[in-house]
Design a protein around this ligand. Structure first.
Ligand code: SAM
Length: 289
């Protein structure tokens, strides 16, 4: 019985046998920590009927563990040098399809089309960090929506995504994600868990689709414009940022809206819970649109 691919000894042996050179530009940091790997698998709450899409299988460490637990894995890898390696390391599994593609140029709809019969659709990945947010949003906003996403990413990005109002990490990224999915950090992962070691620590982020969304956004364009503008200059008051958006001559109306929302006149965007941004955008829509 060979060691798991993620075992540091097996990983080193594979890398040596193929003379594999890491490409920093592709965010190649391979996971060799079994405890972290198990944490990812637990966070995904895998079921035998699941269809899992993995982004960037590398040499297959996570892919192998997924294949042992779910019905089908579709793994999307951009680096063609990894294809023969994956064909070798994943040969024992008959429920893995490796797709040679740029994840940003394909979609969940395309990737899952061959597998109509399945339970939940989950995305599980140790992401290439240079494109974390574009990948995440293309998955959240695509035509086929995953039930769950379990994504390893840079710790600071996961902290920004999960932050609530009042927290220094809270901002438009937190709001853009949390209005669509629940977000929590399952574990913080030290940089020593990877080869080669990245310069930053990581975190496993879990995004789940809401059963019943607590947020009803009636004017999505106004909402996202307001959120973006409100955080444009974080240290300035909400009032000032909104005056930049709607015009200095609208100051009085802006002050009135803020007062009517029971907010202090000098409130800053990072103090506003998501629901207040929704109320604010409704009021601005009525007044200015
Ligand atoms: N899953 C492996 C692991 O955990 O050891 C590798 C993770 S590594 C952080 C990121 C992987 O994503 C690499 O295999 C890299 O080649 C791949 N990758 C980078 N950019 C990609 C893209 N645009 N589309 C698909 N895969 C990509």
């Amino acid at each position: 019985q060979p060691l798991d691919i993620a075992d540091p000894i097996r990983t080193q042996a594979i890398l040596r046998r193929y003379g594999f050179q890491f490409k920093k530009s592709l965010g190649q940091n391979f996971l060799t920590n079994k405890a972290v790997l198990n944490g990812i698998l637990d966070a995904a709450d895998l079921q035998p009927t699941d269809l899992v899409v993995e982004i960037g299988p590398g040499i297959g460490s996570l892919t192998e563990q997924l294949a042992r637990r779910v019905k089908q894995v579709v793994a999307v890898e951009i680096d063609e040098r990894l294809l023969p390696i994956l064909a070798d390391t994943l040969a024992p599994y008959n429920n893995i399809e490796v797709v040679h593609q740029d994840i940003l140029k394909t979609s969940l709809a395309e990737l899952t089309a061959n597998y109509p019969d399945h339970g939940a659709i989950k995305v599980v990945a140790n992401l290439p960090y240079y494109i974390t947010t574009p990948i995440m949003f293309s998955l959240i906003n695509g035509e086929v929506q995953p039930d769950v996403l379990v994504l390893m990413m840079q710790k600071e990005v996961a902290q920004r995504i999960t932050a609530n109002s009042g927290n220094k990490h809270y901002g438009s990224l937190s709001i853009d994600v949390q209005t669509q999915m629940t977000a929590e950090i399952a574990q913080i992962v030290p940089r020593t868990s990877f080869v080669p070691q990245p310069n930053v620590d990581s975190a496993v982020l879990v995004l789940q689709r809401y059963q019943h969304s607590p947020y009803q956004i009636d004017h999505p364009e106004m909402f996202s414009t307001i959120v973006k503008s409100s955080f444009q200059q974080r240290r300035k008051s909400l009032q000032n940022n909104l005056a930049n958006l709607f015009g200095k001559d609208k100051r009085e109306q802006i002050t009135q809206i803020i007062t009517e929302l029971d907010l202090p006149a000098q409130v800053r965007a990072e103090q506003l819970p998501i629901q207040k941004f929704i109320d604010l955008s409704n009021a601005c829509f009525t007044t200015f649109a």
